[in-house]
Ligand binder design. Structure first.
Ligand code: NAD
Length: 288
Protein backbone atom coordinates (compact mmCIF):
# COMPACT_ATOMS: atom_id res chain seq x y z
CA UNK A 1 0.00 0.00 0.00
CA UNK A 2 1.09 3.59 -0.28
CA UNK A 3 1.23 6.67 1.90
CA UNK A 4 -2.19 8.31 2.29
CA UNK A 5 -1.18 11.15 4.64
CA UNK A 6 2.45 12.25 4.72
CA UNK A 7 2.42 13.57 8.31
CA UNK A 8 -0.01 12.20 10.92
CA UNK A 9 -0.52 13.39 14.52
CA UNK A 10 -2.10 11.01 17.05
CA UNK A 11 -3.46 12.75 20.15
CA UNK A 12 -4.20 10.34 23.02
CA UNK A 13 -2.08 7.19 22.87
CA UNK A 14 -4.50 4.51 24.09
CA UNK A 15 -6.04 1.41 22.52
CA UNK A 16 -7.41 3.11 19.41
CA UNK A 17 -4.48 5.43 18.61
CA UNK A 18 -1.85 2.76 19.24
CA UNK A 19 -3.75 0.29 17.03
CA UNK A 20 -3.94 2.96 14.33
CA UNK A 21 -0.19 3.47 14.54
CA UNK A 22 0.61 -0.25 14.19
CA UNK A 23 -1.90 -0.61 11.33
CA UNK A 24 -0.41 2.44 9.57
CA UNK A 25 3.03 0.95 9.99
CA UNK A 26 1.90 -2.42 8.63
CA UNK A 27 0.44 -0.78 5.52
CA UNK A 28 3.02 1.99 5.07
CA UNK A 29 0.13 4.49 5.16
CA UNK A 30 1.96 7.49 6.68
CA UNK A 31 5.34 9.07 6.09
CA UNK A 32 5.80 10.22 9.68
CA UNK A 33 3.65 9.84 12.81
CA UNK A 34 3.91 12.15 15.82
CA UNK A 35 2.19 11.22 19.07
CA UNK A 36 1.09 13.04 22.18
CA UNK A 37 -0.78 11.95 25.33
CA UNK A 38 -1.53 14.07 28.38
CA UNK A 39 0.17 11.84 30.90
CA UNK A 40 3.95 11.77 31.06
CA UNK A 41 3.90 8.10 32.01
CA UNK A 42 1.98 7.29 28.80
CA UNK A 43 4.44 9.32 26.70
CA UNK A 44 7.37 7.50 28.35
CA UNK A 45 5.78 4.12 27.65
CA UNK A 46 5.12 5.13 24.04
CA UNK A 47 8.79 6.10 23.58
CA UNK A 48 9.95 2.86 25.17
CA UNK A 49 7.83 0.61 22.91
CA UNK A 50 8.42 2.61 19.71
CA UNK A 51 4.84 3.79 19.46
CA UNK A 52 5.00 6.69 16.94
CA UNK A 53 8.07 7.96 15.08
CA UNK A 54 8.29 10.80 17.57
CA UNK A 55 6.48 11.54 20.85
CA UNK A 56 6.22 15.20 21.83
CA UNK A 57 5.26 16.95 25.07
CA UNK A 58 2.33 19.06 23.85
CA UNK A 59 -0.69 18.63 21.59
CA UNK A 60 0.16 21.94 19.88
CA UNK A 61 3.62 20.66 18.88
CA UNK A 62 2.13 17.37 17.68
CA UNK A 63 -0.34 18.91 15.23
CA UNK A 64 2.01 21.51 13.74
CA UNK A 65 2.72 20.41 10.12
CA UNK A 66 0.32 17.42 10.34
CA UNK A 67 -1.78 16.58 7.26
CA UNK A 68 -4.02 14.34 9.37
CA UNK A 69 -4.77 14.94 13.06
CA UNK A 70 -6.48 12.12 14.97
CA UNK A 71 -8.30 12.99 18.22
CA UNK A 72 -8.27 9.69 20.14
CA UNK A 73 -9.07 10.90 23.66
CA UNK A 74 -12.18 10.36 25.83
CA UNK A 75 -15.26 12.07 24.38
CA UNK A 76 -15.54 14.51 27.30
CA UNK A 77 -12.22 16.23 26.53
CA UNK A 78 -12.51 16.45 22.71
CA UNK A 79 -13.87 20.02 22.73
CA UNK A 80 -11.18 21.49 24.97
CA UNK A 81 -8.50 19.67 23.00
CA UNK A 82 -9.83 21.02 19.69
CA UNK A 83 -9.82 24.54 21.12
CA UNK A 84 -6.20 24.17 22.24
CA UNK A 85 -4.86 22.84 18.93
CA UNK A 86 -6.99 24.98 16.59
CA UNK A 87 -4.50 27.89 16.18
CA UNK A 88 -1.72 25.42 15.35
CA UNK A 89 -3.46 23.41 12.62
CA UNK A 90 -1.98 23.58 9.12
CA UNK A 91 -4.27 25.05 6.43
CA UNK A 92 -5.65 22.18 4.32
CA UNK A 93 -5.16 19.62 7.12
CA UNK A 94 -7.85 17.09 8.02
CA UNK A 95 -8.94 16.48 11.63
CA UNK A 96 -10.74 13.26 12.53
CA UNK A 97 -11.94 12.05 15.91
CA UNK A 98 -12.61 8.43 16.86
CA UNK A 99 -15.09 9.12 19.68
CA UNK A 100 -17.84 6.62 20.47
CA UNK A 101 -20.50 9.39 20.48
CA UNK A 102 -20.93 11.67 17.50
CA UNK A 103 -23.51 14.45 18.03
CA UNK A 104 -21.80 15.85 21.14
CA UNK A 105 -18.35 15.65 19.54
CA UNK A 106 -19.61 17.46 16.44
CA UNK A 107 -21.21 20.17 18.62
CA UNK A 108 -18.11 20.59 20.80
CA UNK A 109 -15.28 20.16 18.28
CA UNK A 110 -16.84 21.57 15.10
CA UNK A 111 -16.95 25.26 16.17
CA UNK A 112 -13.19 25.27 16.90
CA UNK A 113 -12.08 23.97 13.51
CA UNK A 114 -10.65 26.91 11.53
CA UNK A 115 -11.67 27.80 7.99
CA UNK A 116 -9.62 25.78 5.50
CA UNK A 117 -9.21 22.78 7.82
CA UNK A 118 -11.47 19.76 7.24
CA UNK A 119 -13.24 17.99 10.09
CA UNK A 120 -14.50 14.46 9.41
CA UNK A 121 -15.96 12.75 12.52
CA UNK A 122 -15.38 8.96 12.59
CA UNK A 123 -16.12 6.02 14.84
CA UNK A 124 -14.29 2.73 14.30
CA UNK A 125 -16.58 -0.06 15.47
CA UNK A 126 -13.69 -1.99 16.93
CA UNK A 127 -12.34 -2.31 20.43
CA UNK A 128 -11.44 -4.51 23.35
CA UNK A 129 -11.81 -4.17 27.10
CA UNK A 130 -8.14 -3.13 27.34
CA UNK A 131 -6.83 0.42 27.34
CA UNK A 132 -3.58 2.37 27.27
CA UNK A 133 -0.57 2.58 24.94
CA UNK A 134 0.40 -1.08 25.25
CA UNK A 135 -3.04 -2.46 24.42
CA UNK A 136 -3.02 -1.68 20.68
CA UNK A 137 -2.43 -4.18 17.87
CA UNK A 138 -2.23 -3.86 14.09
CA UNK A 139 -5.26 -5.99 13.19
CA UNK A 140 -7.81 -4.27 15.46
CA UNK A 141 -9.62 -2.65 12.52
CA UNK A 142 -9.45 -5.60 10.11
CA UNK A 143 -12.86 -6.49 8.68
CA UNK A 144 -14.66 -4.09 11.02
CA UNK A 145 -16.83 -1.10 10.20
CA UNK A 146 -15.84 2.50 10.57
CA UNK A 147 -18.82 4.86 10.67
CA UNK A 148 -18.06 8.22 9.06
CA UNK A 149 -20.28 11.14 10.05
CA UNK A 150 -19.57 14.18 7.86
CA UNK A 151 -21.67 17.33 8.08
CA UNK A 152 -23.48 18.83 5.09
CA UNK A 153 -20.72 21.28 4.34
CA UNK A 154 -17.88 18.74 4.60
CA UNK A 155 -15.34 18.79 1.78
CA UNK A 156 -16.08 15.76 -0.43
CA UNK A 157 -12.46 15.03 -1.30
CA UNK A 158 -11.47 15.16 2.37
CA UNK A 159 -14.24 12.68 3.23
CA UNK A 160 -13.24 10.34 0.37
CA UNK A 161 -9.64 10.40 1.53
CA UNK A 162 -10.61 9.65 5.12
CA UNK A 163 -12.69 6.70 3.91
CA UNK A 164 -9.76 5.45 1.81
CA UNK A 165 -7.57 5.76 4.91
CA UNK A 166 -9.92 3.59 7.03
CA UNK A 167 -10.13 1.03 4.22
CA UNK A 168 -6.33 0.91 4.16
CA UNK A 169 -6.39 0.37 7.96
CA UNK A 170 -8.54 -2.70 7.26
CA UNK A 171 -12.13 -1.48 7.77
CA UNK A 172 -15.20 -1.00 5.64
CA UNK A 173 -16.77 2.42 5.91
CA UNK A 174 -20.34 3.65 6.00
CA UNK A 175 -21.60 7.21 6.15
CA UNK A 176 -24.20 7.86 8.85
CA UNK A 177 -26.14 10.79 10.26
CA UNK A 178 -25.00 11.67 13.86
CA UNK A 179 -28.33 11.14 15.68
CA UNK A 180 -28.81 7.77 14.03
CA UNK A 181 -25.20 6.83 14.82
CA UNK A 182 -25.75 7.57 18.51
CA UNK A 183 -28.93 5.46 18.61
CA UNK A 184 -27.32 2.51 16.78
CA UNK A 185 -24.35 2.63 19.15
CA UNK A 186 -26.60 2.84 22.21
CA UNK A 187 -28.12 -0.50 21.10
CA UNK A 188 -25.04 -2.39 19.93
CA UNK A 189 -22.49 -1.05 22.39
CA UNK A 190 -23.38 1.51 25.05
CA UNK A 191 -26.31 -0.15 26.84
CA UNK A 192 -24.67 -3.62 26.69
CA UNK A 193 -21.66 -2.10 28.49
CA UNK A 194 -23.94 -0.55 31.12
CA UNK A 195 -25.67 -3.88 31.72
CA UNK A 196 -22.33 -5.70 31.98
CA UNK A 197 -21.09 -3.16 34.54
CA UNK A 198 -24.37 -3.59 36.46
CA UNK A 199 -24.17 -7.38 36.50
CA UNK A 200 -20.71 -7.23 38.08
CA UNK A 201 -22.03 -4.70 40.60
CA UNK A 202 -24.96 -6.98 41.47
CA UNK A 203 -22.67 -9.97 41.97
CA UNK A 204 -20.42 -7.89 44.20
CA UNK A 205 -23.35 -6.59 46.21
CA UNK A 206 -24.77 -10.04 47.07
CA UNK A 207 -23.98 -10.98 50.61
CA UNK A 208 -24.82 -14.69 50.28
CA UNK A 209 -22.45 -15.22 47.32
CA UNK A 210 -18.84 -14.26 47.94
CA UNK A 211 -16.57 -12.49 45.43
CA UNK A 212 -14.33 -15.58 45.55
CA UNK A 213 -17.25 -17.79 44.49
CA UNK A 214 -18.10 -15.44 41.63
CA UNK A 215 -14.51 -15.57 40.38
CA UNK A 216 -14.16 -19.31 40.93
CA UNK A 217 -17.41 -20.42 39.30
CA UNK A 218 -17.83 -17.85 36.53
CA UNK A 219 -16.79 -20.28 33.79
CA UNK A 220 -19.58 -19.68 31.33
CA UNK A 221 -22.28 -17.00 31.33
CA UNK A 222 -20.86 -14.50 33.78
CA UNK A 223 -17.34 -14.55 32.33
CA UNK A 224 -18.46 -14.12 28.68
CA UNK A 225 -21.17 -11.67 29.46
CA UNK A 226 -19.15 -9.36 31.71
CA UNK A 227 -15.82 -9.24 29.79
CA UNK A 228 -16.56 -5.68 28.69
CA UNK A 229 -17.09 -4.56 32.31
CA UNK A 230 -13.28 -4.41 32.53
CA UNK A 231 -13.31 -1.44 30.07
CA UNK A 232 -11.86 1.98 30.87
CA UNK A 233 -14.06 3.91 33.38
CA UNK A 234 -13.20 7.40 32.08
CA UNK A 235 -14.07 6.52 28.50
CA UNK A 236 -17.38 4.95 29.51
CA UNK A 237 -18.37 7.68 31.96
CA UNK A 238 -18.00 10.15 29.07
CA UNK A 239 -19.98 7.96 26.66
CA UNK A 240 -23.00 7.86 28.98
CA UNK A 241 -22.84 11.55 29.88
CA UNK A 242 -22.70 12.55 26.21
CA UNK A 243 -25.08 9.99 24.69
CA UNK A 244 -27.71 10.54 27.33
CA UNK A 245 -30.88 10.60 25.23
CA UNK A 246 -30.26 7.48 23.14
CA UNK A 247 -28.94 5.55 26.15
CA UNK A 248 -32.04 6.40 28.20
CA UNK A 249 -34.33 5.46 25.30
CA UNK A 250 -32.72 2.02 24.85
CA UNK A 251 -32.46 1.49 28.59
CA UNK A 252 -36.20 2.19 28.89
CA UNK A 253 -36.95 -0.42 26.22
CA UNK A 254 -34.59 -2.88 27.91
CA UNK A 255 -36.31 -2.42 31.27
CA UNK A 256 -39.72 -3.03 29.71
CA UNK A 257 -38.56 -6.32 28.19
CA UNK A 258 -36.90 -7.34 31.44
CA UNK A 259 -40.06 -6.65 33.42
CA UNK A 260 -42.09 -8.72 30.91
CA UNK A 261 -39.68 -11.65 31.38
CA UNK A 262 -39.74 -11.16 35.15
CA UNK A 263 -43.51 -11.40 35.08
CA UNK A 264 -43.39 -14.51 32.86
CA UNK A 265 -41.04 -16.18 35.36
CA UNK A 266 -43.21 -15.18 38.34
CA UNK A 267 -46.41 -16.46 36.71
CA UNK A 268 -44.76 -19.59 35.33
CA UNK A 269 -45.46 -18.62 31.71
CA UNK A 270 -43.09 -21.09 30.07
CA UNK A 271 -44.68 -20.57 26.66
CA UNK A 272 -43.78 -16.88 26.67
CA UNK A 273 -40.23 -17.54 27.82
CA UNK A 274 -39.72 -20.25 25.19
CA UNK A 275 -41.13 -18.11 22.39
CA UNK A 276 -38.97 -15.16 23.43
CA UNK A 277 -35.77 -17.19 23.62
CA UNK A 278 -36.51 -18.93 20.30
CA UNK A 279 -36.95 -15.56 18.61
CA UNK A 280 -33.83 -13.99 20.14
CA UNK A 281 -31.71 -17.10 19.50
CA UNK A 282 -32.54 -16.90 15.78
CA UNK A 283 -31.43 -13.26 15.72
CA UNK A 284 -28.25 -13.91 17.70
CA UNK A 285 -27.28 -16.85 15.48
CA UNK A 286 -27.33 -14.46 12.52
CA UNK A 287 -24.48 -12.45 14.10
CA UNK A 288 -21.13 -14.06 13.35
P1 NAD B 1 -7.68 4.73 26.19
O1 NAD B 1 -8.15 4.93 27.58
O2 NAD B 1 -6.97 3.45 25.84
O3 NAD B 1 -6.75 5.96 25.76
C1 NAD B 1 -7.09 7.29 25.89
C2 NAD B 1 -5.81 8.11 25.84
O4 NAD B 1 -6.13 9.49 25.86
C3 NAD B 1 -4.87 7.86 27.02
O5 NAD B 1 -3.57 7.69 26.53
C4 NAD B 1 -4.96 9.17 27.83
O6 NAD B 1 -3.74 9.45 28.48
C5 NAD B 1 -5.21 10.17 26.72
N1 NAD B 1 -5.84 11.42 27.15
C6 NAD B 1 -6.88 11.61 27.98
N2 NAD B 1 -7.18 12.92 28.06
C7 NAD B 1 -6.31 13.57 27.24
C8 NAD B 1 -6.11 14.92 26.88
N3 NAD B 1 -6.86 15.89 27.38
N4 NAD B 1 -5.12 15.23 26.00
C9 NAD B 1 -4.34 14.26 25.48
N5 NAD B 1 -4.47 12.95 25.79
C10 NAD B 1 -5.45 12.62 26.66
O7 NAD B 1 -8.95 4.97 25.26
P2 NAD B 1 -9.32 4.40 23.81
O8 NAD B 1 -10.04 3.11 24.00
O9 NAD B 1 -8.16 4.47 22.90
O10 NAD B 1 -10.44 5.48 23.41
C11 NAD B 1 -10.13 6.68 22.74
C12 NAD B 1 -11.37 7.18 22.05
O11 NAD B 1 -11.82 6.19 21.13
C13 NAD B 1 -12.53 7.49 22.98
O12 NAD B 1 -13.18 8.66 22.57
C14 NAD B 1 -13.46 6.30 22.80
O13 NAD B 1 -14.82 6.68 22.99
C15 NAD B 1 -13.19 5.90 21.36
N6 NAD B 1 -13.40 4.49 21.04
C16 NAD B 1 -13.06 3.51 21.93
C17 NAD B 1 -13.30 2.18 21.61
C18 NAD B 1 -12.96 1.07 22.57
O14 NAD B 1 -13.54 -0.02 22.50
N7 NAD B 1 -12.03 1.26 23.48
C19 NAD B 1 -13.85 1.84 20.36
C20 NAD B 1 -14.14 2.86 19.46
C21 NAD B 1 -13.92 4.19 19.82
Amino acid sequence: MSVIYERVALIGLGLIASSMFWAMKRGGLAGHVTGYARSEATRDTARRIGLCDRVVDSAEAAVKDADLVVLAVPVGVMGALAEAIAPHLKPGATVIDVGSVKQTVIDEVGPHIPEGVHFVPCHPMAGTEHSGPESGFESLFDNRWCLVVPSEGSDEDAVLRVRAYWRALGSNTEVMEPGHHDLVCAVVSHVPHLIAYTMVGVADDLRRVSDQEVIKFSAAGFRDFTRIAASDPTMWRDVFLTNKEATLEILGRFTEELFALQRAIRTGDGEQLHAYFTHTRAIRRGIL
